[in-house]
Structure formats: structure tokens, C-alpha cells
Design a protein around this ligand. Structure first.
Ligand SMILES: [Zn+2]
Length: 309
């Protein structure tokens, strides 16, 4: 079966973090000064949230909603030995046959080769040996949005130090970013200078060593609440069925309001609010779920009016 790409729908999303956010580098965190866990920055020092983190969050939420039934849930929570005694086959093998692959002791993710699987079609398959269906969703990295008043005001006290400009000039700098895509903002020299000096918090946390019961203090860097981020997603449309898939993923975006991202979620970190979503340049302020759903439905119907395959 061959697929013809009809069009790409462009999504531009603004989120605000409501509690401190820690998105760390891989476990081999480099110790910088007294920091055990610095937040992630790109090679030129820009703080960002990897697109893969956002995509992973959306994917695992959709897996749970659409595919995780009680049978699979029970299996995942059972001990390996218990499963083997009961079924005479390994837990890994049984779950694999049901489309779930192991990624940790009690963590599994879904991946199958069924052509009608919505999750795998939207998010793609790592081992796309069969080239079953082309991936629909591509998520770019999220960067701090300096067109946002609250966010840029966080560097108010230091703007002279950073740019040699006065507090009053901050609004002029912000206006420069207004109406720009995030990928236009991040290449601006002022943007890079501000983000490199953007204030973060360092929190000490006690981690109890499970073996020795000794408390190990470690220092975690996090972004303070209220920072706004923006990111873009591309949704590829191949066939009529993609109308429902696009609706699915847009509904899912609303759920980011309910799923924290990043590290130390159990300590209350990483809660976010979805503020605005623009689809092909048409923007909505996201308020309640109901009005958002109606808007999504209308806009998707409109997009598909012109692309019948
Ligand atoms: Zn699947």
C-alpha cells in the first residue's frame, strides 16, 4: 500500500508551567558546581523541553486511554515469577504478543504492527520494518517564549547586566518577539543572551538511600513557575481516516493540563497549563474543555473539506 501526503497541518502551542519544572539531561548528569541535576540546555545554552518528552507524554496518555485494558494492567503489575507460574510463559512474551514492550521493571509501552492502530499510526513505530503506515505526528522542541510579558519580566532586575539596557526598554525587546514564531525568536542575539542568564531555582532534596537508609541531599535546578514555552507540531495528512486522528491528538493536547511533565512529578513539579493553540494560523485561547472541543471539531472539518482523497 502506498501513501500520498496530502497536506501538513501546522500546530503552534503555548503552555505555561504552573509549578517548578525540571527537565534533566540523561542520567549521566554532569555536575556543575554544586548542582547534581541541572536542567537541560542546548549546545548554545538555550533552555528547552525536548519534543520527544512532549510526544512521549502524549503517547503514553493515549496508550492508557485507548489500549490499556484491565487484563494488560494486571499482567504488568504481576511479578515475573507469578506470571510464569500461572501461564507457563514469560511475562515479557505474553505482553509482547499483546503489543506491549518492556522498558523498565514495571513499565511497558505499546507498539504494534496493526495498520488500524491509532496510537502507532499517530506516533509512529521505532521498528518500522514493515513500513506499515507513515507516522503522522512530529513534535518540535519547546523553547521559552520571550514575547510573553510575565516571562520576560522575570529578567527585569538583570536586564542592564545582560543587555546594557534599562528596565523600561524591556517592553521594546518583548515587542520585537511578539507575533514571531518561536523558531524565529530563538535565533535572535538578545534572545540567546537573555535565556543564557534566565533565573532558575536550585532546590535541595533529600533522597533516602534504600540500602543504607541514609539521607543523601542532592541539588536540583528547576525553572520557576509561570514561565511560558512555545512549541510546534506537524500533523501529516494522508487519508480520510486522518480526520479522526487529528481530532484525537488535538483533544489530547488539552489533557496536557492534567499530566505533569519532567522530573520529580511526585513532588508536584511540572504542572502545566495549555494557554493557546493555533492550527494553520487560526488561534484559540484554551479555556474549558467543552468550547475547545467544539472549536477543534469545526476547524478539523474545515481543513478536510479541501482534502478529500
Ligand atoms: Zn499499536
Amino acid at each position: 500500500m502506498s501513501f500520498k501526503l496530502h497536506t501538513i497541518v501546522k500546530l503552534d502551542i503555548k503552555i505555561r508551567i504552573l509549578t517548578g519544572l525540571h527537565i534533566g539531561t540523561a542520567e549521566t548528569a554532569i555536575r556543575i558546581g554544586t548542582l547534581d541535576k541541572p536542567i537541560i540546555r542546548d549546545p548554545i545554552g538555550r533552555i528547552y523541553i525536548p519534543g520527544s518528552t512532549i510526544k512521549g507524554t502524549l503517547r503514553s496518555f493515549m496508550e492508557k486511554k485507548l489500549l490499556l485494558n484491565n487484563q494488560i494492567k494486571d499482567l504488568i503489575l504481576m511479578d515475573d515469577d507469578e506470571v510464569f507460574k500461572k501461564y507457563g510463559r514469560s511475562k515479557e512474551e505474553i505482553l509482547k504478543n499483546l503489543g506491549w514492550k518492556r522498558s523498565g521493571r514495571f513499565t511497558y509501552y505499546h507498539e504494534c504492527e496493526k495498520i488500524d492502530c491509532n496510537v502507532c499510526t499517530i506516533f509512529g513505530r521505532a521498528s518500522d520494518k514493515l513500513g506499515v503506515t507513515p507516522t503522522r505526528l512530529y513534535v518540535n522542541d519547546a523553547f521559552i517564549d520571550l514575547s510573553d510579558t510575565v516571562t520576560i519580566n522575570m529578567v527585569k532586575d538583570r536586564i542592564y547586566e545582560i543587555l546594557g539596557k534599562s528596565e523600561e526598554e524591556l517592553e521594546i525587546i518583548r515587542k520585537k518577539f511578539e507575533g514571531k514564531r518561536i523558531y524565529e525568536q530563538i535565533h535572535d542575539d538578545d534572545y540567546i543572551k537573555i535565556i543564557r542568564e534566565f533565573p532558575t531555582e536550585v532546590k535541595g532534596e533529600n533522597v533516602i538511600d534504600r540500602v543504607t537508609s541514609r539521607a543523601n541531599p542532592r541539588f536540583i535546578e528547576r525553572l520557576p513557575a509561570s514561565v511560558a514555552f512555545r512549541f510546534e507540531m506537524d500533523f501529516h495528512i494522508y487519508e480520510d481516516r486522518d480526520k479522526d486522528l487529528l481530532k484525537n491528538i488535538l483533544e489530547e493536547l488539552y489533557e496536557l493540563n492534567n499530566i505533569p511533565i519532567g522530573g520529580s512529578k511526585s513532588r508536584g513539579y511540572g504542572k502545566i497549563k495549555v494557554e493557546t493553540i493555533a492550527i494553520d494560523g487560526k488561534k484559540i485561547e484554551v479555556k474549558d474543555k467543552n468550547s475547545y472541543s467544539i472549536w477543534v471539531n469545526n476547524i478539523v472539518e474545515e481543513i478536510f473539506k479541501g482534502t478529500s482523497s
